[in-house]
Design a protein around this ligand. Structure first.
Ligand SMILES: Cc1cc2nc3c(=O)[nH]c(=O)nc-3n(C[C@H](O)[C@H](O)[C@H](O)COP(=O)(O)O)c2cc1C
Length: 173
């Protein structure tokens, strides 16, 4: 027999149809790192945005994924790019995350970066960077899921920036 649900463990069950706020809160309970995914557009301009939908898919072959809103003005450019770079932000890079999540700003102004594979910008000071061939894309509702094949990577010992419950956090042992 099923045991009764313990409200101290999980708060009352909500229906997805009529409670988007509660769904967002439940999804936000999953703590993530924060990345900036970058590429070059067709005119050779650097593009990038803050992304926490990043995750690993496979080690052999080395595949990762992230998803991009279909409403993004960068959608066509990311679809067409040969490569993109996943820059994993360090604890001191909250301002970088905020900048790359804001519309209208020149996101790369004053940011130090160098060109990676396919020209994708590699930001200075990150915990890790994954340079990926833009392998394949899948439908994902109002997002498009990008699968990348990691061709080159690097990492540092810097502690990561963490995102949880709609807020930036840092790790504590
Ligand atoms: C912590 C954090 C994580 C985010 N993750 C994603 C994501 O995975 N996919 C996405 O499309 N937008 C994500 N966003 C929102 C975009 O960064 C934001 O809408 C940005 O303006 C999109 O860039 P664009 O205007 O070039 O589309 C996230 C924002 C924050 C603050």
């Amino acid at each position: 027999m099923n045991k009764p649900r313990d409200p101290a463990v999980v708060s009352p069950w909500s229906s997805v149809e009529n409670d988007h706020r509660a769904l967002r809160d439940a999804l936000g309970a999953f703590a993530t790192g924060v990345t900036v995914v970058t590429a070059l557009d067709r005119d050779g301009r650097a593009i990038g945005l803050t992304v926490n939908s990043f995750n690993t898919v496979s080690l052999e072959p080395p595949l990762i994924l992230w998803s991009l809103s279909r409403a993004s003005p960068s959608l066509a450019a990311f679809r067409a790019a040969s490569h993109f770079a996943v820059n994993v932000l360090a604890a001191g890079q909250q301002a970088v995350s905020e900048r790359f999540a804001r519309r209208g700003a020149d996101r790369f102004a004053g940011i130090e970066w160098q060109s990676g594979l396919g020209g994708a910008p590699l930001l200075t000071g990150c915990c890790a960077v994954l340079e990926c061939r833009n392998e394949v894309q899948h439908e994902g509702g109002d997002h498009l899921i990008f699968i990348g094949r990691v061709e080159r990577f690097g990492r540092s010992e810097a502690p990561p920036l963490v995102y949880h419950g709609g807020r930036y956090r840092s790790l504590r042992d």
